[in-house]
Design a protein around this ligand. Structure first.
Ligand code: SAH
Length: 253
């Protein structure tokens, strides 16, 4: 295993599998978003899409009485979630499955709540909200967080950084309009504080990156991967007034 040449995807998984979260967020912000929903006790089935290793899934489980299915593309993350659920004696309520967010392996109108933190941009905000609409019951909630522009204008260099990364961001106003267009009533949106990026994501990730450099000394793929991750942090420090992670909460009409 130690001698195997890791691919960028291997490195992405190896860096993130041991972290509590795989993107910006916090238990407090998950709870804040939950606070906008009525009648949590009536939600019998919820899904957490792109759940990663399930940091937020376990927070949801503390506040919901119904069953929660976490779904992610990567078996390593789902394994971590299921192990965690078992450790916390929650394996009856929380179950992780491997699957893709853009082709959900569920019956239509199954869920009273579809949750997704920091993952929808992998398939696109509009595409995700459109696809997931069919899997929600009437009056069911959709709650997603994703990076968004916070200002009307911003330096071209940071726009280019995000579009090169494969996810051109949109403004909050635009995303709210899309949410409404996709058949949801707009309930609320709010921006995550900086600590959700720094303390809860970048700092633990940097520790994991240092571990990678030690494990694969002199490996060019690893060095390039680490440099790219560090560049993301540098961009954030320079340009964080222009973008942030934003929660969007909607209710299926
Ligand atoms: N919700 C977690 C993880 C966010 S990182 C958190 O906030 O900590 C984004 C996650 O989306 C990763 O775990 C990644 O594996 C997953 N993902 C990316 N594309 C996906 C897809 N098409 N279907 C399901 N999961 C996907």
């Amino acid at each position: 295993m130690e001698n195997k040449q890791p691919s960028v995807m291997d490195l992405l998984i190896e860096t993130h599998a041991g972290l509590e979260r795989q993107g910006p967020g916090s238990p407090e912000m998950t709870r804040k978003a939950l606070g906008f929903l009525d009648h949590l006790d009536q939600i019998s089935h919820a899904a957490d899409l792109g759940c990663g290793s399930g940091g937020q899934t376990m927070v949801l489980a503390q506040h919901l009485t119904g069953a929660i299915i976490g779904l992610d593309l990567f078996p390593d993350f789902i394994h971590a979630l299921n192990e965690n659920a078992q450790k916390q004696n929650m394996e009856k309520q929380v179950k992780g499955v491997v699957g893709s967010m853009d082709e959900l392996p569920f019956e239509k109108e199954t869920f009273g709540l579809i949750w997704s933190e920091g993952a929808i941009d992998n398939i696109g905000f509009e595409k995700g909200l459109t696809h997931w609409h069919g899997f929600l019951q009437k009056n069911g909630y959709v709650v997603v967080s994703c990076p968004s522009w916070l200002t009307k204008e911003r330096p071209a260099v940071i726009e280019k950084f995000w579009s090169d990364a494969g996810s051109g961001l949109d403004s909050i106003e635009h995303n709210v309009e899309v949410l409404q267009k996709c058949g949801y009533q707009f309930i609320a949106s709010f921006t995550l504080p900086e600590t959700c990026w720094t303390d809860n994501y970048f700092i633990p990730r940097e520790a994991a990156l240092k571990g990678l450099l030690k494990k694969y000394p002199g490996n060019k793929t690893v060095e390039a991967f680490v440099a790219e991750n560090r560049d993301e942090v540098e961009q954030y420090v320079k340009y964080k007034q222009y973008y942030g992670y934003v929660f969007y909460i909607g209710k299926k009409i």
